[in-house]
Design a protein around this ligand. Structure first.
Ligand SMILES: O=P(O)(O)OP(=O)(O)OP(=O)(O)OC[C@H]1O[C@@H](n2cnc3c(O)ncnc32)[C@H](O)[C@@H]1O
Ligand SMILES: [Mg+2]
Length: 199
């Protein structure tokens, strides 16, 4: 069975990517199997560029087929910020808590208690021989200043997806999030492309 590496250092993404790929006939492993690898340099201008940069970089580092994800939150009243800078919104040493605090601060500065927002995800797969497959997904909703729930990761406690009025992404089960999320949708498309390649 071909080995595929889930090439991300974000444990929340690993969980969602592993779940979405579990039914496929591949030996899906995490980056942890390869020890401490230096971070990829995510200097692309789009989610798609960064996903491909990471997949190609980790494919080189591991010698195995890799799947990478680049994703983020776009908030309408902040003109689409934090966007591709979502992981480092609060600065170089940012984590989920400081990024969320920064987001709340920016919304308050803008004088609003909620805003339309969307999550975006680009996925890239780079095979052992360099062949590339890509997929994208989007999830629309609202950001509100009242956090709820402990599932998911990142901005999920503040993101109210349009499919579940009154619940945040952090109040959904993994299966519910996969059905509607940017990553779930992108992974579904990628899984179909991977399966088609197996035939
Ligand atoms: O680059 P890798 O190693 O994959 O991990 P990362 O966390 O740095 O990932 P990104 O560079 O793609 O940044 C994405 C950020 O966007 C946010 N994000 C993406 N998808 C999310 C989701 O499903 N729920 C909540 N926040 C999400 C979260 O803050 C992530 O850290
Ligand atoms: Mg990153």
């Amino acid at each position: 069975m071909q080995k595929i590496v889930i090439a991300t250092k974000n444990p929340g993404k690993v969980r969602e990517m592993a779940a979405a790929l579990s039914a496929l006939p591949f030996d899906v492993v995490s980056l942890a199997e390869f020890g401490e690898l230096p971070d990829a340099i995510e200097d692309g201008k789009t989610f798609a560029e960064n996903a491909l940069i990471k997949a190609a970089y980790y494919q080189q580092q591991t010698g195995c087929a890799c799947i990478a994800d680049d994703s983020g939150l776009e908030i309408a009243v902040l003109d689409g910020a934090p966007g591709i800078h979502s992981a480092r919104f609060a600065g170089f040493h940012a984590d989920d808590a400081t990024n969320n605090a920064k987001m709340v601060e920016e919304l308050q500065r803008a004088g609003v208690s909620e805003s339309a927002a969307d999550y975006r995800c680009a996925i890239a797969f780079v095979d052992e021989d360099g062949a590339v497959l890509t997929a994208e997904g989007r999830c629309d909703g609202q950001i509100k200043l009242t956090p709820r729930g402990t599932n998911g990761f990142g901005y999920d406690p503040y993101f109210y997806p349009q499919e579940y009025p009154g619940r945040t992404m952090a109040e959904l089960t993994l299966a519910e999030k996969q059905q509607i999320s940017h990553r779930g949708k992108a992974l579904k498309v990628l899984a179909q492309k991977l399966e088609a390649g197996q035939e």
